[in-house]
Design a protein. Structure first.
Length: 178
């Protein structure tokens, strides 16, 4: 099968990956799934997808950002959308730098993802918000920037931010978007 309609889904939540995969199959995509970087590398040995949907936070050593980097290195023309329940400006910027064409916060559906594939080039028509950034938002973004730097290691992130691990875990539990 050609890369024109081959889609990789990189997601460690098997039920979500299955549901998303079925939805894309109904739209005419051939779907292959992986749950970590090793599986992505294995699939890339024999397949060359045109599209990929990558979860930012994967179980294991490598984050979704490592998967984005590997996929982009394999084919710079591949359209890669990053999905996350832990959205932050820092991880969005890194995902785009590493080769993603778009970054979406969960919950996102197949329509959102397919639309993101179509908006890979970017646009100047995005509305600018007049709302200023709150202290809580800045704190949340700093926490996620540090999480990305530490490979989503909560203990190391808490140490670098100078807070107790349980305090950080509590903050993450309150803000988690799924």
């Amino acid at each position: 099968m050609g890369a024109d309609r081959l889609l990789f889904i990189v997601e460690d939540d098997a039920a979500f990956a299955r549901t998303l995969g079925r939805s894309f199959e109904r739209r005419g995509y051939a779907v292959m799934s992986a749950s970590n970087l090793d599986q992505v590398e294995e699939l890339l040995r024999t397949h060359s997808p045109g599209y990929a949907v990558v979860d930012l936070k994967l179980n294991g050593e490598a984050s979704g950002l490592a998967c984005v980097k590997t996929l982009h290195a394999h084919d710079p023309e591949m359209l890669i959308v990053v999905l996350t329940g832990f959205a932050s400006i820092a991880t969005a910027v890194e995902a785009i730098k590493l080769g993603a064409c778009h970054y979406l916060a969960k919950p996102s559906n197949t329509d959102d993802i397919e639309a993101a594939f179509g908006r890979a080039a970017g646009t100047t028509e995005v509305e600018l918000t007049s709302r200023s950034t709150s202290i809580k938002t800045l704190e949340w973004e700093r926490i996620h920037e540090m999480l990305a730097e530490t490979g989503f290691n909560i203990s190391e992130t808490a140490r670098r931010l100078g807070m107790h691990r349980r305090t950080l875990a509590r903050k993450l539990g309150k803000q988690q978007v799924k």
